[in-house]
Design a protein around this ligand. Structure first.
Ligand code: ZN
Ligand code: CU
Length: 486
């Protein structure tokens, strides 16, 4: 009997997102789901997509993004769709677009990385979710509520720990966000708006996570000299709340700390025996965030990604900017603020260690509104597939795909996503294993990747022939906690 499909991807090699070895198969899609995998040569389809010689994989899940506003302001999601990404985890590093109404106030750094005064206009998390659902993007989004956003919303001054009233207000806001569909809470204890928060404040604010088995994701207090203490704090919070934790963009920064992945990774592996821990990383030895002198001096090289008062220096090396201004570097930094930067401050060997670590997911941490962004925004996933898997042979392609799909969906509790199986959602990426790679560079960071042939979200083609198709089938994804998964 001939079956009928909406779409059949024919002649490709399937890598299914579970780390299983690849196999030749056609993939049949009906509605928003994968209906069949196998030899579908006798079956008709509304639309055929030829994938001969190509890999057919689950669409990639970007484990760490700042795409809260991008989903609304640039719903084609080109920086992500062009890489084969079909779902983004937004609201990271303590910064979410909701719930916060800034009114006349300026967005304090790092909240200014994702929006200005007028972007922060959501009195509730639900208001943000409803807007995203009314105006869908080309990718799915799973959302975290940010602790720094909550602090800015309820506290008059941020350089102290929250009092009991403020804690209970923030806790109510976390509850509201979870009810509205957030999958967890993020912190950015490294950043000024939250660095005065104690471990106890975080635990008390995050209490509502426990009953829902929602996630705690963190840009830790210190990713340099005190990285071990920061890991310990993160695991303590996870234990106190009895929830899974995710260590965001795990790194050890600063030359004196080069090589210390040899300490952190075994420590993480050890603690994983006792509690649920996930981690993500990006495939570059440079980080990117707001510009400041305290971050500048330990770095080997600094590039300016944006500057409000001096946009003419966007994309330039800070050395060169300082020379042009006729100032010392520290004084030049002060003139550029508010601004963003790329910091070269990691050891390539450590980057390879964390990428190859069995439990690491891939997340871009891309900053989509920067004028001269870090190339991770457009290049993360193809760079892992091309440079690190095919080029350096750091791990097989099946492992690379798993780190950007199956592992990520399991960690974040995204049911029927991240695996290419009959019955799962039809979130797919067709790519050429021989050519896939980043095109973005530090000098020319805004470039769609090479070798991404087609991207499908909920059964609809969002990226094809190097361009967005205009389809916007993205949904706001809820978390299915392990204990209620069937
Ligand atoms: Zn971060
Ligand atoms: Cu981040």
């Amino acid at each position: 009997m001939s079956e009928h499909y909406d779409l059949v991807i024919r002649g490709g090699t399937v890598i299914d997102g579970t780390r299983a070895p690849r196999f030749r198969a056609d993939v049949g899609v009906r509605g928003d789901r994968i209906a069949a995998i196998g030899d579908l040569s006798g079956h008709r389809a509304e639309r055929d997509l030829d994938a001969s010689g190509k890999i057919v994989a689950p669409g990639f899940i970007d484990a760490h993004t700042h795409d809260d506003r991008l989903m609304l302001s640039a719903p084609d999601m080109a920086p992500k769709a062009s890489q084969g990404v079909t779902t983004v985890i937004a609201g990271n590093c303590g910064v979410s677009l909701a719930p916060l109404v800034l009114g006349q106030r300026a967005a304090p750094p790092p909240l200014d990385l994702i929006g200005d005064t007028s972007s922060y206009r959501y009195p509730s998390f639900r208001a943000f979710v409803e807007e995203l659902e009314a105006k869908p993007a080309a990718t799915n989004g799973a959302l975290l509520v940010g602790h720094s956003t909550l602090r800015v919303a309820v506290m008059d001054e941020l350089d102290r720990t929250a009092n009991a009233t403020e804690i209970s207000r923030m806790r109510e806001m976390v509850s509201e966000a979870l009810d509205a569909g957030a999958i967890g809470c993020s912190t950015g204890l490294y950043y000024e708006p939250a660095s005065a928060a104690t471990t106890e404040e975080v635990i008390e604010v995050c209490r509502p996570l426990t009953a829902r088995q929602a996630l705690y994701c963190t840009h830790m207090r210190d990713e340099g000299d005190r990285v071990m203490e920061s890991l310990d704090e993160t695991f303590r919070i996870g234990k106190a709340l009895d929830v899974p934790v995710v260590v965001s963009h795990h790194k050890v920064a600063g030359r004196p700390n080069f090589g210390r992945m040899r300490e952190t990774l075994p420590f993480i592996a050890e603690r994983m025996k006792d509690q649920k821990i996930g981690l993500d990383c990006y495939p570059y030895c440079a980080s990117s965030t707001i510009l400041s002198w305290s971050r500048t001096w330990p770095a080997m090289k600094v590039l300016v990604t944006w500057s409000k008062p001096h946009p003419e220096f966007n994309g330039m090396d800070l050395e060169e900017v300082a020379a042009k201004m006729g100032l010392a570097k520290e004084a030049a930094v002060q003139k550029l603020l508010p601004a963003g930067a790329i910091y070269f401050s990691m050891d390539e060997n450590d980057v390879q260690r964390v990428l190859a670590f069995e439990h690491s997911m891939v997340g871009s941490d891309g900053l989509p509104h920067d004028a001269a962004p870090h190339p991770r925004l457009w290049g993360t996933f193809p760079r892992v597939l091309g440079h690190y898997s095919r080029g350096l042979g750091l791990f097989p392609l099946e492992t690379a795909v798993w780190k950007m799909s199956g592992l990520t969906a399991a960690t974040f509790g995204l049911k029927d996503r991240g695996v290419l199986q009959a019955g799962a959602f039809a979130d797919l990426c067709v790519f050429d294993a021989g050519t896939v790679d980043e095109a973005a560079t530090f000098a020319r960071p805004i470039q769609p990747a090479k070798g991404i042939e087609a991207v499908i979200v909920n059964g609809r083609i969002t990226w094809r022939d190097g361009k967005a198709t205009g389809e916007r089938p993205g949904r706001v994804l809820r978390r299915t906690a392990a204990r209620d998964r069937t």
